[in-house]
Design a protein around this ligand. Structure first.
Ligand code: BG6
Length: 479
C-alpha cells in the first residue's frame, strides 16, 4: 500500500538498532519504491556531528547491514533525505532545531522512533509535547524492553499516556513483523483445513522453540539484568503463543486481534517456578562461557529457559504448551510445532506402530511449513505405516516474491506510517505478560537459584529434555 511522504525522527539515530535495522530497512523500502522521495528521516542523538558526518555513518551502516542490492545512485538519493539534529533528551538543547527540521503541515505523518533505553521514554514524550513538536498525525514508536517487570511497565505506560493516546503509541515486538509469524494467522484463518482441529480435542501438545547459536555478544550489561525470561519469553515467545492459541478475531484489525491475544495471556495458568528449567552456557573450549561474556563470574542469569504451561480456557484445557529458548545452542532454529493426537483406533493393529500428524511452522531459517502425514511404507511388507513430510519452503513455493518480502523492521516501520497498529502490542497486553512472568522470576530470585550449566553448542541442559520426556513426548527441531 503506497504511503504519502512522511517525517520520521529516530532518537538514538546513531545507535546500534538504527544502524543495523532501522536505516537499512528504510533504504530497502526506498529501493522498492515504498518510501516516497518527499519523505524526511532525521537522526537525533546526543553527539554533536554534522549532517554530512551522519550521512557517512549511515552509508557505512547500509553497506554493512543492508540486504538491498546496494545501488550507489539510489543510496545517494536516500542519503539526501537524511537530516541530523543533536538533542539533549533531558535538557533544552536541540529541540528548537528539531522543530525547524520538521514540516509545518498538520496532514504529514510525523513519527518519532524512540530507539533508546526505556529510562528516556518519558522524558522524550514530555519534550515532544512541551516543545510543540507533535501534530495531529503524530505517532511514537517504542522498543523493547518495555519495562523489566509489571510495575515498571505500568509506570512507562502511565508516562506515555500523559502525553499520547494509545492509538498514537506503537510498541514494537519485531517477531510480529516476521513474514512467517503473519503466515501463522494466514494458515489458521485462511484455511478450512486446520481450524476445526485446532483445539484440545485433537491437539496433543504444542511446542515453541526459538533457538539461537549466538551468545549475548556485546549486550552483556543489558542481558545480565534480563535473562532469557525477560529478553525472549515475556515478549517474543508470548506473542507466538498468543497467535497460535487465540480465538479467531472477527477482523484483521488492531483491537480485534489484540483483544484476542490479551485473552490468551490472561487465561495462562500460573507456573510453578521450580518446574522451569533455566540454563546458562559454559565454554566449549573455544567460545566464551556466559559468565565470561557478561563479565560477571557469579552471574545467576539464565541464557536458556524451557517450561510447560497451560491455557485454561475451553479450547485448550489440559493441552500442554512447551516453550524453549536459549543462546549458544547447537543450531539457529525457530519453530512452532502443533502435534496432533493419535488416531482414536488403529485398524492396522499394533504392528503399524504409533503415528501422529504434526504441523511444523518454521520461522527461521528456511521459512516454511511441514505437515507430517502417515502413509504406507512402500514395498511388500504388509500394512506398515511410515510418517512422511509434506514440505513447503516459502522460498521454493513463492520464488522471488519470498526473497523480496520486507524484513520485520521494514514492515513494522511502514505500518507505523500507515497508522496500522495490528502488529504492535497494546499497553494492557504488555502488562498482562509481565503479570504472568513476574511471579516466576521472583520465585527463583527469592530462592537464589543457580541456572543449570550447559555446553555451548549443545541443545541445552539435560533437564530440558527431561521436562518433556517425562510426559512421554520429545522436543523437535534442534539436535
Ligand atoms: C531480541 C533479543 O529481541 O531478539 C535478542 O533481545 C535476540 O537477545 C533477538 O537475539 C532475536 O531476534 P531474531 O529476529 O534474530 O530471532
Amino acid at each position: 500500500i503506497p504511503v504519502d511522504p512522511f517525517d520520521l525522527v529516530i532518537f538514538g539515530g546513531t545507535g546500534d538498532l538504527a544502524r543495523r535495522k532501522i536505516l537499512p530497512g528504510l533504504f530497502r523500502r526506498y529501493c522498492s519504491g515504498q518510501m516516497p522521495t518527499g519523505s524526511r528521516v532525521i537522526g537525533a542523538a546526543r553527539s554533536e556531528i554534522t549532517v554530512e558526518e551522519y550521512r557517512e555513518t549511515v552509508r557505512e551502516a547500509i553497506h554493512e547491514f543492508s540486504k538491498a542490492k546496494c545501488d550507489e545512485a539510489a543510496l545517494e538519493e536516500f542519503l539526501a533525505l537524511l537530516g541530523y539534529v543533536a538533542v539533549d533528551a533531558r535538557g533544552e538543547s536541540g529541540w528548537g532545531e528539531l522543530k525547524e527540521a520538521l514540516r509545518d503541515d498538520d496532514d504529514i505523518v510525523r513519527a518519532f522512533y524512540f530507539s533508546v533505553g526505556p529510562s528516556l521514554f518519558g522524558d522524550l514524550a514530555e519534550q515532544l509535547r512541551t516543545h510543540g513538536l507533535t501534530n495531529p498525525e503524530v505517532r511514537i514508536v517504542v522498543e523493547k524492553p518495555f519495562g523489566h517487570d509489571l510495575e515498571s511497565a505500568r509506570a512507562l505506560n502511565a508516562e506515555l499516556a500523559r502525553h499520547f493516546q494509545e492509538t498514537q503509541i506503537y510498541r514494537i515486538d519485531h517477531y510480529l513483523g516476521k513474514e512467517t509469524v503473519q503466515n501463522l494467522m494466514a494458515v489458521r484463518f485462511g484455511n478450512m483445513l486446520f481450524e476445526p482441529l485446532w483445539n484440545a480435542q485433537y491437539v496433543d501438545h504444542i511446542q515453541i522453540t526459538v533457538a539461537e547459536t549466538v551468545g549475548v555478544g556485546g549486550r552483556g550489561s543489558y542481558y545480565d539484568k534480563s535473562g532469557a525470561m525477560r529478553d525472549m519469553v515475556q515478549n517474543h515467545l508470548m506473542q507466538l503463543l498468543c497467535l497460535i492459541a487465540m480465538e479467531p478475531p472477527a477482523r484483521f484489525e488492531p483491537d480485534a486481534v489484540r483483544d484476542e491475544k490479551l485473552k490468551v495471556i490472561r487465561a495462562l495458568d500460573p507456573v510453578d517456578p521450580e518446574s522451569i528449567v533455566r540454563g546458562q552456557y559454559t565454554s566449549d573450549g573455544e567460545l566464551n562461557s556466559y559468565r565470561e561474556d557478561v563479565e560477571n563470574p557469579a552471574s545467576k542469569t539464565e541464557s536458556f529457559v524451557a517450561m510447560k504451561c497451560y491455557i485454561s480456557n475451553w479450547r485448550w484445557a489440559n493441552t500442554p504448551f512447551y516453550l524453549r529458548t536459549g543462546k549458544r545452542l547447537s543450531a539457529q532454529a525457530s519453530e512452532i510445532a502443533v502435534v496432533f493426537k493419535d488416531a482414536p483406533h488403529s485398524i492396522f493393529g499394533m504392528d503399524a506402530g504409533r503415528h501422529r500428524n504434526m504441523l511444523s511452522i518454521r520461522l527461521q531459517p528456511n521459512e516454511g511449513m511441514t505437515l507430517g502425514v502417515t502413509i504406507k511404507e512402500p514395498g511388500p511388507g504388509g500394512m506398515r505405516l511410515v510418517d512422511v513430510p509434506l514440505d513447503m519452503s516459502f522460498a521454493d513455493a513463492l520464488g522471488p516474491d519470498a526473497e523480496d518480502a520486507p524484513d520485520a523492521y521494514e514492515r513494522l516501520i511502514m505500518d507505523v506510517i500507515r497508522g496500522n497498529q495490528t502488529l504492535f502490542m497494546r499497553g494492557d497486553e504488555v502488562e498482562a505478560a509481565w503479570a504472568w512472568t513476574d511471579p516466576l522470576i521472583e520465585g527463583w530470585e527469592r530462592r537464589g537459584d543457580h541456572p543449570k550449566p550447559y555446553d555451548a553448542g549443545s541443545t541445552g541442559p539435560d533437564d530440558a529434555a527431561f521436562l518433556i520426556n517425562k510426559d512421554g513426548r520429545r522436543w523437535r527441531g534442534i539436535k
